[in-house]
Write a protein that binds this ligand. Structure first.
Ligand SMILES: C[S@@+](CC[C@H](N)C(=O)[O-])C[C@H]1O[C@@H](n2cnc3c(N)ncnc32)[C@H](O)[C@@H]1O
Ligand code: SF4
Length: 559
């Protein structure tokens, strides 16, 4: 069965979920929602009693070539937990931190003597978290010196320290720069004091800008910041202010991240309890993405990948680029992930077992996975989508059967997500916004072509869109009460008129405007209600098919 036949065999809901919909506004509505945080395919878990032997075997052999490699070092501590964040593991505690750094250094020292590492080169090291910048100057010096001693750093290495603005103070920076840090990546999220504090950030705008100025004055590192779009209360005006302050701050680059609102997160709970304003819907986020991308381009920023920009040549973003490629990534620390020679791994997320394994001289695996045999293709596809264009010929080079992908790429071209330039399919602005969905669906198509298996991955990462459905249901209920004489039948009619059901929309159902027209033709049973009805029909027309379906299901269930 080819991809087109697979598509025809799916239910309408599955088709929309996996392949998207045809719409005249693909930036906002090409898919019902973002469906994963990172695209990928699952591997097979290795039996725990085999994992140490497999790792020893890998590490005992010198590498076949001096290829480009990375190391990821995880610091699982944060001073406070931010509401939106899924990365938090532990609060800070000096005694726990001291002991943890002892174990981390031991883990690095064990790897340093292994031929697979010592006879190779490491081009990019990322110390991530959690909040690595929160380490005490003494522990930071010990860790950085261990990295210099244990990892075979290439001459043009990149060593990134990730963290928080709050820790950017002279006593910390002096240690960072005396011990080889040459890139600092800080989460600013927003410069707006109230918006920052609402989600648990510590400093006000003035402090953020002052700390960034101090960091830049050392002139020792490429400095980049993370900004998030779609935070509670952050509208397009505030987003523009965020971008203006980014450009005024003197840093070398930035990541612009779409806020993921996880279903069970503290953030979603706070919004639902009314303690915070709603977060932007996916549709509003798409406008923020478009504005941010175009505004930075207008100001001469260079696009390094889908969500990363630089404004100086100092910023290379080497680690982030390599992390999405096939380059091996050696993991160290509690909660670190990595992949080496066909195996991927996550190290113990709980500190006690992590330390116990290290003390026993074992690699502290929480799980070791044999990567899918499709992994080389997966990595190639991920890397290409990240860079904003996909070249079908390089994918077909892995296996001729993959030429069937042309069917889905052409479908997405028709839908305004890709544009073929004679050599490769470039992601349009809409395609860039929906890049993770496009990548995930492409990987699922590859899996289907190569194995006959179609698995559709789903993660709940856009809880804010359900809030939109909630609001619509409430508004519809109110109307139903106000105009109870006319009954819910009119509501249903209106939903149909607005293209309410995905199948209706796909068949080219009426727009909100057409719906209001049609109401007139029906003799307008609602009299004075035409205007609010028209507004509601228009609002419904702006909803994604999945949101509309949720609203309709709930309204029907109410009958
Ligand atoms: C692992 S965090 C560490 C950053 C650092 N601890 C800090 O607080 O600035 C890296 C980045 O992930 C991003 N991030 C975390 N949770 C997110 C979410 N729910 N949606 C979008 N981006 C998120 C933030 O921009 C953050 O700076
Ligand atoms: S954003 Fe950073 S400081 Fe906040 S909880 Fe996540 S990792 Fe910790």
């Amino acid at each position: 069965m080819g991809l087109e036949e697979l598509f025809e065999s799916l239910t309408e809901e599955q088709q929309i979920f996996q392949f998207g919909v045809e719409t005249d506004n693909p930036l906002a509505h090409a898919f019902p929602r973002k469906r994963v945080v990172h695209a990928g395919l699952n591997g097979t878990v290795v039996a725990p009693d085999e994992s140490q032997a497999i790792w020893q075997e890998i590490m005992s052999k010198p590498p076949q070539e001096k290829g480009t490699q990375t190391a990821y070092i995880h610091i699982p501590f944060c001073k406070t937990k931010c509401l939106y964040c899924g990365f938090f593991q532990n609060g800070t505690d000096q005694a726990v931190e001291d002991q943890y750094i002892d174990a981390l250094i031991k883990e690095l020292e064990a790897a340093a003597v292994a031929p697979r590492l010592k006879d190779s080169l490491i081009h990019a090291v990322f110390i991530g978290g959690g909040t690595p910048t929160s380490l005490s100057p003494r522990n930071m010096a010990r860790l950085l010196q261990a990295i210099q001693r244990c990892l075979p750093l290439a001459n043009d290495y990149e060593l990134t320290l990730e963290g928080r603005i709050h820790d950017v103070v002279p006593e910390n920076m002096e240690v960072w720069f005396a011990n080889g840090v040459n890139r600092v990546s800080l989460g600013v999220q927003s410069f707006h004091t109230e918006i920052r504090r609402n989600v648990g950030r510590l400093d006000d705008q003035e402090t953020v800008l002052k700390h960034l100025e101090n960091l830049c004055s050392y002139n020792q590192s490429a400095n980049v910041i993370d900004l998030i779009y779609g935070l509670p209360g952050q509208d397009l005006d505030i987003w523009k202010e965020d971008l203006d302050l980014l450009m005024a701050s003197g840093v070398d680059g930035c990541d612009l991240y779409q806020l993921n609102v996880f279903d069970g997160s503290d953030l979603n709970k706070a919004i639902q309890a009314g303690r915070l304003p709603a977060a932007a819907t996916t549709e509003y986020q798409s406008a923020m993405f478009s504005f941010g991308k175009n505004y930075l381009a207008q100001h001469g920023y260079k696009r390094l990948n889908i969500c990363h920009w630089s404004c100086t040549n100092r910023e290379r973003s080497l680690y982030n680029t390599l992390a999405r490629s096939a380059a091996p990534m050696f993991p160290f620390g509690s909660g670190a992930g990595g992949h080496v020679d066909g195996y991927s791994t996550m190290l113990h997320r709980i500190i006690q077992p992590y330390e116990a394994y290290v003390q026993m001289g074992k690699k502290p695996f929480m799980a070791l996975m044999k990567q899918s045999p499709l992994e080389p293709i997966v990595e190639e596809v991920q890397a290409q989508f990240e860079m904003g264009a996909v070249n079908l010929q390089t994918i077909i080079a892995f296996d001729a059967r993959l030429k069937d992908l042309q069917w889905v790429f052409d479908l997405w071209q028709k839908r305004g997500l890709l544009a073929f330039n004679g050599i490769q399919y470039e992601l349009t602005e809409a395609g860039q916004f929906w890049q993770v969905n496009l990548t995930q669906s492409t990987l699922e198509c590859i899996q289907f072509i190569m194995t006959g298996q179609n698995a559709i991955a789903v993660e709940k990462v856009a809880a804010q869109d359900s809030a939109k459905a909630d609001a619509m249901v409430q508004a519809m209920k109110k109307m139903k009460e106000m105009y109870s004489g006319h009954g819910v039948e009119v509501m249903k009619k209106m939903a149909e008129m607005s293209g309410g059901h995905p199948s209706a929309r796909k068949r080219g159902a009426m727009s909100g405007k057409k719906g209001a027209e049609a109401m007139k033709q029906m003799g307008n049973p609602m009299g004075d209600m035409a205007d609010p009805m028209k507004k509601m029909a228009e609002a419904m027309n702006r909803m994604s098919p999945e949101e509309l379906q949720a609203v309709m299901k709930r309204m029907m269930g109410d009958d």
